[in-house]
Design a protein. Structure first.
Length: 141
């Protein structure tokens, strides 16, 4: 996160692995990296990855990843907030067995993907909110 590291990343990186932290800190780091990339005309070419530890029980500390826990919908909502910042990849840690991997993919990741797809289709479409005229009514008589 040093200025030298950001300059090198801005000039050469295709994917920047973010340091885990609260969403505001992650947002600030992304802005700094984008600024460094913009100096080299690469701001739109840079993608971001975030290490995430997913587990069902009580949070644990000591891992170099954003720690999320809870049922699949809660985890997906937590990840959705980070995806909203422009994070393209989540590097999942703490999910080790084939069964855990299948469950996270089937439940949490599917919810996240569906939410992101829905968010894209719900974005403003020109003319989508044009005023509607009332149909004409005629009095009988």
């Amino acid at each position: 996160q040093s200025s030298t590291a950001l300059k090198v990343a801005g000039r050469h990186a295709d994917v920047f692995e973010l340091a885990p932290g609260p969403i505001d800190e992650v947002r600030q780091l992304m802005q700094r990296v984008r600024g460094a990339a913009a100096e080299h005309g690469r701001a739109s070419k840079l993608r971001f990855a975030l290490p995430v530890r997913i587990h069902r029980g009580v949070s644990t500390t000591g891992h170099k990843a954003v720690d999320v826990s809870g049922p699949p919908a809660q985890v997906a909502l937590s990840l959705l907030a980070y995806a909203g910042l422009g994070i393209d990849e989540f590097m999942i840690v703490g999910v080790d067995t084939p069964r855990e991997i299948a469950t996270v993919g089937r439940e949490t990741i599917a919810l996240l993907r569906n939410s992101l797809a829905r968010r894209e289709t719900d974005e403003f479409q020109p003319g989508a909110f044009a005023s509607r005229t009332r149909p004409e009514t005629r009095a009988a008589g």
